[in-house]
Design a protein around this ligand. Structure first.
Ligand SMILES: [Zn+2]
Length: 272
């Protein structure tokens, strides 16, 4: 059984702010160890329940956060950036299931640690009219390849987003957010037990999860924080303006929509 893990950092149990997870931040080295430890817990549980091949894609910021020297040797790591498929680089139809570790809620969610959607400049990203978190966007890319999302860990609202946007993955709440930069956090022994219980449930039922598939053409609607960013997104042929900061692209399929979203992020970076 082959599994794909996409690991972000905002939803790791000990993390409450960017002060910990910006490369170079005061607590960054500690945060990397916490992230690697949570990924290892998920890897080890997957192996216990029959996984034979595990690919971990580092999905936060520069995407070189996970410490390879501490990663379980049964897992292979995709490290670094940029990657065309970003948080989902490496996914294809050969995988049996996808697991999201350390994920966070979509932009604009209250009581959610560092809520955002891919970039702080994205106010919302909608697929066929529905607002998406990174779990929803990435889970649909897995769905494009016929692969279901079986598991997500993060705060309570990261889990809520995933339950709304995907076909009912197992959700593990590793911390209870009380604001954007505050949460009830727990010693790792407690977190580890929660992750292991969630992984047991996901792995025992691994054949029952359904991929989240967008059939036919897909409407991508993106609102950006500054009008000049929308102007740059409009450079993509076929993109139309909805209002000063919102653009719409109608894609032939979900892969096309995701690629255009990625291109919009590249085109709009650095505009102030
Ligand atoms: Zn992140």
């Amino acid at each position: 059984m082959k599994i794909f893990i996409s690991a972000d950092m905002e939803g790791i149990s000990g993390i409450v702010s960017m002060e910990q997870i910006d490369p170079g931040a005061r607590d960054y080295e500690r945060a990397r160890r916490m992230m690697t430890r949570e990924v290892n817990t998920v890897v080890e549980a997957a192996l216990e329940y029959g996984a034979t091949e595990i690919v971990v894609n580092d999905s936060h910021d520069n995407m070189d956060n996970i410490l390879i020297e501490e990663l379980n040797p049964k897992a292979a790591l995709i490290s670094g950036s940029p990657k065309p498929l970003s948080m989902m680089q490496g996914i294809d139809e050969s995988f049996d299931a996808v697991f999201f570790v350390g994920y966070h809620a979509r932009a604009g969610t209250a009581q959610a640690v560092v809520d955002h959607t891919y970039a702080f400049r994205v106010i919302s990203a909608k697929i066929n009219g529905k607002p998406m978190s990174e779990a929803g966007l990435n889970g649909r890319l897995a769905g494009y390849f016929g692969v279901p999302v079986a598991f997500l860990s993060g705060d309570q609202n990261a889990v809520a987003c995933a339950k709304q946007e995907l076909n009912n993955p197992v959700g593990v709440v590793v911390k209870e957010a009380v604001g954007r930069n505050a949460a009830m956090i727990h010693p790792f022994d407690v977190v580890k037990e929660r992750l292991r219980a969630g992984m047991a449930e996901a792995m025992k039922n691994i054949k029952t999860f359904e991929p989240t598939v967008e059939k036919g053409s897909v409407e991508l609607e993106v609102s950006l924080s500054i009008s000049g960013m929308a102007d740059m997104a409009l450079l993509i042929p076929g993109t139309i303006k909805k209002d000063g900061r919102t653009v719409i692209y109608t894609a032939k399929d979900y892969m096309d929509a995701y690629r255009v979203f990625r291109a919009m992020l590249v085109l709009t970076s650095g505009i102030r």
